[in-house]
Structure formats: structure tokens, C-alpha cells
Design a protein around this ligand. Sequence first.
Ligand SMILES: [Zn+2]
Length: 317
Amino acid sequence: MTAARSWMFAAAALCALVAQGCIGRPAPVGGGREDPIEVALTFDDLPSNGPLVPGETRRSIMGKILATLRRHGISSVTGFANGRRVEEHPEDVAALTDWLAAGHLLGDHTYSHADINAIGLQAYLADIDKNHAFLNKVDPTDAGRFFRYPYLEEGPDLASRHAIQQHLASLGYQATDVTIDFYDWAYAEPYARCLAQHDGVAIAALKTSYIQNADTFLNWSVAAGRQIYGRSVPQILLLHVSAIGAEMLDQLLTDYAQRGVVYITLDRALRDAIYHQPVDVAPTRGDTLYEKMIEARHVPYPPFPLQPDSLLSVICD
Ligand SMILES: [Zn+2]
């Protein structure tokens, strides 16, 4: 789950005002006329994100995701887990063991899905340690090599950021940036509301919006990567293990593939130099790598897309 980015929305609103075509269904960005768009899938908030819906368990949601990944031939995906979610619902550990049994990997997302800006540095480091111990128990052979900051919040200042980075390195973790974040998590609660109301028309609208938003942000990230780095770069997509995420994954993966996406492992994406350049800024907006680069280097960038906030806040409310 990531924080809202009011500055992005403001920029997007301005963009819409000057009619630069920021919203609406975008044109394909791949289709064979460019390099393939390499995308590493990552899932946050294992074993649970968003509300449960009737007829589902956390394990059944995970089962849908695993079946879809298998059908698309996608292996070795990294999922970032929070130990506290298992402490609160011990039965949900089955979702994690199923994930590992399918050959996927676990990474660290802090124990309590901690927000560094809320709990402070020392408590945050302790929360990382607590989750590291949890992962060691769940997966003794591989306690994970990757770390994902909850809310994509990395610290309110450079000193705390550097302290966290040093701590992660001491545990053998590599912090894992995101380059495509289409706010998939924001669909989880509206989806549960619409299901509870048996509103098929609204559910269909949500699903259409989900794919449109995923396309819009894929387009933005591909364009931003090319503009910032002057070449095609491997993308890292942020997804969550929610009920609607499981429901939509097959359509999402098919849609992206039709747009020229090829799926790669996180390990392969992270070999690219863009993920190893220091970006010494300290925004507190839950930024993707590209947003941090835009702030740090003052590089030109494509107009930011709009989020379907109005739809998600009012639908089935
Ligand atoms: Zn999260």
C-alpha cells in the first residue's frame, strides 16, 4: 500500500486543464515496434491486503494468484510479507507456505507494515529485525534478500534514510524500488463494497477502471524511464495480494503482454544500473524511483496521469 501523492494529482489536474491527453485509454506502448518492455512483478502485503470478500479466504486468494502465474509461465516472483498479519491470523500462514511451495520468493516488508514517518527510526529498525526473524522461521533456507518499504516511505530525512540503508545492508537485504504503481490497492475496498451490494454494473466498472489505470501507469512509466535514462529500462510493478488483485491478475497479465510486456524476475531487473544509483532526496510522498529521480536530477518527465479517485471513493458507498 502506498500513500497518496497530492502533488502528483495537482500536476495531473494541471495537465488535464491544458488538454495534454493525460487520461483515457492510452495507445499501446509496445506491440513490437520498440524494445520489449521488461517488467518484474512484485506483490506486497503477503499474506493479506484489503478486506476479505464472501466465499474467499486468504489462502484461496493466494491460490488464484498462484494459478494465474502458473498459467502465464511466470516463476520466481518476490512477495513482500508482514509477520504481524500472520500473528493476527495464524491460519493465513498457509498462504505464505503455498507461495513458497510454488517456487516464489519472500521478501521483507517490515513486521507491522510500519511507516517510518510515524514510528521513528529506532522503532522502525526493530520492526525490520522482527520481520527478519519471522521470515527465518517461515523460510529457514532463504530468509529473503529483498526489502520493500511500506507505503514506499523511506525516511523523512537523509540521515534516517542512510541509517536504514546501512541496516538493510547488514541483514543482506537490497531495498527494492518500484517504477509502476497504479494504486491497485485502492480498488480493494470499493470492490468489497460492490460485492456486498451485489452490484454487477458497478463491479464491471471497477474492473474496467482497474485495467485502464494499469495501462495508463504502464505508459507513463515506460515513457518516464526512457526520458530519464535515455533508453528502455526494466520496470518493477507493484501489486498487492487482494481479492480484486487475484480476480484481475489474468486479465492484467494478458493485457500487458499484448502491449509488449515480457515478464522477468526481480533479480534480473535489479541488475540494471538504474537501481544502484544513489538518489539523495527525502520526499515523504511514497515515491517511485522515477519520481525520486525527477526531484533529485530535475530531469524532464511526461505529464503525470490522473487517478480515478472520484470513482473509487463514491462507487457503492
Ligand atoms: Zn504494503
